[in-house]
Design a protein around this ligand. Sequence first.
Ligand SMILES: C[C@H](O)[C@@H](O)[C@@H](O)C(=O)CO
Ligand SMILES: [Mn+2]
Length: 596
Amino acid sequence: MVENDFRWRSGFPKIGIRPTIDGRRRGVRESLEEQTMNLAKSVASFLSEELRYPNGQPVECVIADTCIGGVAEAAAAAKKFKQAEVGLTITVTPCWCYGTETMDTDPSIPKAVWGFNGTGRPGAVYLAAVLAAHAQKGLPAFGIYGQDVQDEGNNQIPDDVKEKLLRFTRSGLAVAIMRDQAYLSMGSVSMGIAGSMVNDSFFQEYLGMRNEYIDMSEFTRRMDEGIYDPEEYEKALVWVKKNCKEGPDNNPPHLQTSRERKDQEWETVVKMTLIARDLMIGNPRLAELGFEEEAQGHHAIASGFQGQRQWTDHAPNGDFMETMLNSSFDWNGIRSPFVVATENDSLNGVGMLFGYLLTNTAQIFADVRTYWSPASVERVTGHKLEGPAANGILHLINSGSATLDGTGEQTKNGEPAMKPFWEINEAEVDKMLQASQWRPASVEYFRGGGFSTDYLTRGNMPMTMIRLNLVKGLGPVLQIVEGYSVDLPEDVHNTLDQRTDPTWPSTWFAPILTGTGAFTSAYDVMDNWGANHGAISYGHIGADLITLASILRIPVAMHNVSKEKIFRPRAWSMFGTEHPEGADFRACENFGPMYR
Ligand SMILES: C[C@H](O)[C@@H](O)[C@@H](O)C(=O)CO
Ligand SMILES: [Mn+2]
């Protein structure tokens, strides 16, 4: 297992914990000091036990040096947090304190307040007061308030509070980690796909991210001039020849290429993979080889490769490169996955980045290609869809690349899963490789050849598919659908798969239906989808995505997450409570993007 330290060399943001207190000395404050600080300590140790950074290390919390009873102590905490690179704050209190005097006022930091629901000196009343101040000052904050009254001195964190603390922290950390990182556009617009017209204002204002750009000719230059680590290249090629099974050539005989040509293409795609990674994150080996500038990389936490068509009309496609980088392992061993969008669809890349930062797991990039109604499946195959698939399925099939984690060959409690890299073992890597073939690319599409990743995702995985859209006049909008991957009988899959391109990776996806709106039927899900692509994450993470989107002020236009799991800043309810979806749009518009 490799911890890719170089990628994360700038470190991770920390979580600032702010114990606030009633500032009155000679009795009140003294009686609360210990309890308040203990509450902060228990939140800090709970979060560090539960959550990890993308490199697998436990998240780090920083607690203010003193309880915060007034503005001087609030300022001292803010100073300490700045030095410690705190990226989000959680204020905790068991008592009444003075709202605007103790609050965190940094507009670029996601914030939550846990007001202990006690009897003696209830923190919940401070919570209400400070959240009113946050609303009034346009600094939205999340309010956490346990359902049940706790006894004074009881520092146990109730389960409902834990769930909210985790949801806020996962989302707040995602926001803080992506901030100041870059999206690297490798190439430009692919086949007129609007998502690959990188919108730098969106990245800058909503995500706090930078944009980097290179022309795809940079790959040619680095290959021609040998700007990659030759030792790693040899190692990679040996590993690929041994572990990546080349599948049958599906091209019509007159388009099939020679063995010699295919071998050359393998060499090229392996070099492309090294080069794309080095472009994203840099590589100290390049400096040793005399390429100091290239060794720096583009500080990219996500990227996209245009591929089609200028590159793929002439050179091997990016499928191997995209798949390997998006997977949780390569020739160097098990490691955290990268985020690389196909067709440079930067908006899908952002969807993948959201899913990755919330879960630390690899993300599937796919075309949302076909809605198969139960009637069509029966007409074409004679098979009647059943179980979660009974209402129809979506064929998620990408034009040749998707993370190998998407095979579903990792397991959790015996069930197919996609896990953070530190939970994946070598046997699972082997199974993912065994379940995948590398099919010579369909030359009618990809004149330059290459190898497409071919696998079928195992069924019964809980999955969440999302799409970020940009709408002129409105801005970014997120769509979320939770569902399951589905197993089809082998012959049924083969018949349906043949209709698209059998050399590509396939996932059969059944959305969870609610019977209303966009979730009336699987057809309605597809019919409301905002674009040709979706980013798919393991697990039902819709609630975390909703929280994340609210921090970034990105409204959610469709989701099938149950009401009780939705957690947004308290001020959202000031925009209406009967129809939270409309309130979300109004709140996001009112507060505007995080960074301006
Ligand atoms: C090979 C084809 O051009 C595909 O790449 C194309 O249909 C898409 O993936 C569109 O999103
Ligand atoms: Mn596509």
